[in-house]
Design a protein around this ligand. Structure first.
Ligand SMILES: [Zn+2]
Length: 304
């Protein structure tokens, strides 16, 4: 062994692992600087920021669905004060997200009891796997039926027959007020050639889900606890093997060119109506960066 797991970054990572019982694998995600950067670019009310932080950590664990280069997106849409919440992760590890708000948030205790129902309301949750124009875009949709984000995603997994998975997620701020988030996913692969009996495999799955459920919020968030160490702590009885970890970092795909393309796709009169003090500004919902275009630049969009 030449690797020293203790020296690897403990934050902003996805760590894939396998439990030595047959057909069980998982991913551990820990977000530090990345999630804090995303949330401090916005000024969301606390429970909205926490929900987005959870969505970011979960989308990083679920992005295992990306087999090739591409983008994994987790989206919530509803009729509550959080109209829309989006988190996306690219196969290269760029992560970003935003929430769209409208109206007042419900009372604190209502939000604490059922964050998804009280904040997002009636609506749906969608996963999208986009791997470029030459592959089929995959989308899975499920109605929002749980109190928490993990309950809603669990509901999706229960409906999906070829896929069993269990999830844990937590998000919060440390003493310095910095956001952190962590998530753990355990996945049961479809049964292949049976080396052990069906009963043994069922038993191994149940045991691993229980062990995973014993993880505490502070273990998921604590930067002093190395991710591989945490997995060992949870699953050492069955044996756990960790793979190479992937780095994550905040990254937005917006650009001035993209903003110009969006504007120039609109009718000129509409764009001119958006003009304030001689310019039109386009603000990216993900990163809050603003791109401004003056009258001459806008006229340029319509010259052929
Ligand atoms: Zn952006």
């Amino acid at each position: 062994m030449t690797e020293h797991p203790g020296n690897r970054p403990r934050d902003d990572i996805v760590l894939p692992f396998q439990i030595k019982a047959p057909g069980l694998r998982g991913r551990l995600v820990r977000l530090g600087h990345s999630v804090d950067t995303i949330l401090t670019r916005h000024d969301y009310p606390l429970p909205v920021a926490a929900l987005l932080a959870e969505a970011l950590a979960l989308s990083a664990t679920l992005s295992a669905a990306l087999k090739y280069e591409g983008i994994f997106t987790l989206q919530l849409k509803g009729d509550g004060p959080v109209r829309m919440l989006v988190a996306d992760v690219t196969s290269a590890g760029a992560i970003r997200g935003y929430a769209e708000l409208s109206g007042e948030l419900p009372a604190e205790d209502e939000v604490a009891a059922s964050p998804v129902r009280s904040l997002v309301g009636k609506g749906y949750l969608a996963f999208t796997v986009d791997q470029g124009e030459h592959t089929e875009r995959y989308q899975g949709i499920v109605e929002l039926t749980g109190d928490s984000l993990t309950e809603c995603i669990d509901h999706y997994f229960r409906q999906s027959e070829q896929f069993s998975a269990a999830l844990q997620v937590t998000a919060g701020r440390n003493e310095a007020g910095r956001w952190r988030a962590g998530a753990l996913m355990l996945q049961r692969l479809p049964d292949q050639e049976a080396i052990v009996s069906r009963e043994e495999r069922d038993e191994a799955w149940r045991r691993s889900v229980i062990l995973m459920g014993s993880v505490t919020a502070s273990e998921l968030l604590d930067p002093a606890l190395a991710p591989a160490e945490l997995l060992f702590r949870l699953f050492h009885e069955d044996g756990v093997r960790v793979y190479d970890q992937h780095a994550l970092a905040f990254g937005c795909r917006c650009s001035r060119e993209r903003a110009a393309r969006i504007l120039s796709s609109l009718p000129r009169v509409e764009v001119e109506e958006l003009m304030v003090d001689g310019k039109v500004e386009v603000t990216c919902q993900f990163c809050n960066e603003t791109h401004g275009f003056n009258r001459d630049e806008i006229a340029g969009f319509y010259e052929t």
